[in-house]
Design a protein around this ligand. Structure first.
Ligand SMILES: *Cc1c(COP(=O)(O)O)cnc(C)c1O
Length: 392
């Protein structure tokens, strides 16, 4: 997949680094050093050791007998929900913290919406002894109180963003402002395959461990390294690209990315960036995003906080335009139904994000020999308040 991106960070026409001049030194430092540091043997040794002994990798590839019978295929779940902190996000925060240390940084900053990336960042900072500041919209701080408590217990400072709509994009603005003011000692950890080059590539590389493991695990289970289908949900797209990474060029595996349709793609309350999106620039990269005719970003909606993002990582815009992956969408209700079904048939409560990938199974027509992998990106503890209203 490395050949898909050019030296300026473009996947075809998507990506790049459309940043204000004041941010240039920070981003340039990363661009100049990221590849050499992360591809070194000692970096990879440290990264792999922490993933194994602390995060709990490799995560199981679980053959689901019950879903296999129901959907008429060989159905596997990649259990990212079993990672420490309960989702795939920790793979990326660990990688970026090691990079930050090797760049001589002392402080970490990050933005968070629902708090999942904030918790993963605060966790990695506690482990590695780094100072941690998390920017979070004042409204999100109220809505996501349990995650705020976790971040504080882990030793992070949580700074409320009180401008604008007091949500994720305002927290992002605050974090960028803080980064500009502290270019020398601070690293900014972005939580998905979004933002200026080299973030999308860097995050994809760290998450690619997911498909690396799937290949090894399928070779043992099925005698092949090429599944027929890989299905994953997409917010910014980091769990999806991690699950797709090693299958993009094999001309066999069908990659299916599932967006959040919210109340429906044409309801006005949706987060289906590809389905509705027009090309534009969001968070310093060119990609598909939801915007009005005069270029204002449209407020997204999804029942799942992790998918509630008006854009999508540039690599996914490229995969879509080049037909290397198929993009579909699933509504709030379909996701709730799928989450409920997994709880009752397998005894696994999935994150609402992951329930979107599971709901896609209802729309497929498999052959009985098909090997299908669904990336179960996270666990549902954080979503109990939402599921609870629905459980009868
Ligand atoms: C944050 C999150 C997502 C969405 O982010 P991506 O970058 O699209 O993977 C999906 N699932 C879970 C469990 C999450 O926490």
């Amino acid at each position: 997949m490395k050949h898909l991106i050019d030296e300026n960070g473009f996947y075809g026409e998507f990506g790049g680094a459309f940043i204000p001049e004041m941010l240039y030194p920070n981003v340039k430092e990363l661009q100049d050093n990221y590849k050499e540091i992360t591809s070194s043997k000692s970096f990879q040794q440290e990264f792999r050791k922490i993933l194994k002994e602390y995060v709990g990798r490799p995560t199981p590839l679980y053959y689901s007998k019950n879903l296999s019978t129901k959907y008429g295929a060989k159905l596997y779940l990649k259990r990212e929900d079993l990672n420490h902190t309960g989702a795939h996000k920790i793979n990326n925060t660990i990688g970026q913290i090691i990079l930050a240390q090797r760049l001589g940084k002392k402080r970490i900053i990050a933005e968070t919406g629902a708090g999942q990336h904030g918790v993963a960042t605060a966790t990695a900072c506690a482990l590695m002894g780094m100072d941690c500041t998390i920017y979070m919209g004042a409204i999100d701080i109220e809505r996501q109180a349990p995650n705020v408590k976790k971040m504080k217990m882990l030793g992070a400072k949580v700074v409320p963003a009180t401008s604008g709509s007091k949500t994720l994009k305002d927290a992002t603005n605050e974090a960028i402002r803080a980064w500009i003011q502290n270019p020398v000692d601070t690293h900014y950890i972005i939580g998905s395959v979004v933002g200026p080059h080299p973030y999308p590539q860097m995050v994809a590389d760290f998450q690619s461990v997911i498909s690396e493991e799937i290949q090894i695990q399928l070779a043992t289970e099925e005698g092949t390294t090429k599944p027929d289908y890989v299905i994953a949900c997409v917010g910014g797209g980091s769990n999806a690209i991690g699950a797709f990474y090693h299958f993009i060029d094999n001309n066999h595996t069908k990659l299916i990315a599932v967006e959040a349709a919210g109340l429906g793609v044409s309801s006005g309350k949706t987060a289906a960036s590809i389905a509705l999106g027009k090309k534009g620039i969001i968070h310093a990269s060119k990609t598909y995003l939801m915007q009005t005719n005069d270029g204002q970003i449209v407020e997204p909606h999804s029942i799942s906080a992790g998918l509630d993002y008006p854009g999508i990582g540039p690599v996914h815009s490229y995969l879509y335009d080049s037909s290397k992956a198929e993009f579909t969408s699933v509504t709030d209700q379909e996701a709730l139904d799928a989450g409920m079904q997994l709880a009752r048939t397998e005894g696994i409560i999935p994150a609402l994000e992951s329930s979107h990938a599971l709901a896609q199974l209802e729309k497929m027509n498999f052959k009985s020999s098909d090997v299908v992998v669904v990336n179960l990106s996270g666990r549902g503890d954080k979503d109990m308040g939402t599921y609870e209203k629905y459980v009868k």
